[in-house]
Write a protein of this length. Sequence first.
Length: 336
Amino acid sequence: MKLMVTGGCGFIGSNFILRMLESYPDVRIVNLDLLTYAGNLENLQDAKKYGQRHIFVRGDITDMDLVDSLLQDGPDAVINFAAESHVDRSIMDSSAFVRTNVLGTQVLLDACRRHGVKRFVQISTDEVYGSLGSEGVFTEMNPLAPNSPYAASKAAADLLVRSYHKTFGMDVLITRCSNNYGPFQFPEKLIPLMITNAVCDSRLPVYGDGLNVRDWIHVQDHCRAIDLVLRKGSSGEVYNIGAENEVPNLEIVRHILKRLEKPESLIKFVKDRPGHDRRYAMDASKLRTELGWKPRIDFQTGMDETVLWYLEHEEWWRRIKSGQYMTYYEEWYADR
Ligand code: NAD
Ligand code: DAU
């Protein structure tokens, strides 16, 4: 099987590539990634042992000529992970989000159509459904009601993908997953941000009252679900992915502090994120019943391993946190 993975140097894409190379000796992957601030080739050190089965191409998914040239070879499927993925950055400036997440998806869809790529899998998010109150869960039937510029750009991409199925009969699938955690997550996101700040005895900035709820899933469980959808999903369908694991933010932060034996006085309640979604909860029963998926990594174990991973990979995140990251961090958190 020949695959083109976009955004394969980011958090989920790199976990997915390593998993696919390891699980299927016949899989060959072209990985198209722009290496934005969030992309890191170090995430794919372990891919070196697979030689030419993994080929990295630095480039932009909005670059039609480049995408065309890469698809000449006719991969069996394209899996689109490439995105601007951080909600806070989309509040600061949404232009790159519209460009990559919307225009980039359209460029990929058109190129796949031209070159007769058999399957297109769009990696989307539960955030396209908006926010829940204290009750209920998101099913695939929920209307799209995105609240952040990030979520809006992902919803726009989902609608484009859907339209290419309806209009051109393209074989497309959309996965919508809840919050991921695990190795290689960029330390702007809640869990790695809190772990790395706690290690440095820096403040842990908790938005609002800290009672917003996210539905956490280990990145490996997400990647297994994508693999199943890619191989067995029904064309034109949307699959929710989630592990039924709702946790308020403050509980996560306290858990991390306890695990690292750091004081709760490091917590700093800060000004809330504008438009902050209160609660996400996913109903993934379609994926469970149709494709037989279920999560394998329980949250306690997954978190213990994740904290340990960040402790053992200090060089990885310290390099990130010493660069332009700090400019972003100071700008975003300055008046919070
Ligand atoms: P990430 O920010 O860690 O990685 C994104 C990758 O895309 C980076 O390697 C970056 O260099 C690359 N990229 C950005 N713009 C590009 C462009 N124009 N051309 C080519 N490459 C480009 O993101 P992530 O957390 O790994 O998320 C991957 C996908 O999964 C995204 O589409 C995101 O919306 C979706 N998702 C993420 C989560 C989560 O919890 N992180 C949950 C559900 C869905
Ligand atoms: O739900 C899936 C989405 O999860 C993905 O589509 C996004 O790409 C991914 O970034 C993530 O979005 P969130 O906004 O939920 O993740 P983040 O880690 O930024 O925040 C998680 C929660 O923690 C959220 O309620 C905001 C809060 N938070 C976050 C940061 C960065 C804080 O309280 N303080 C912080 O400093």
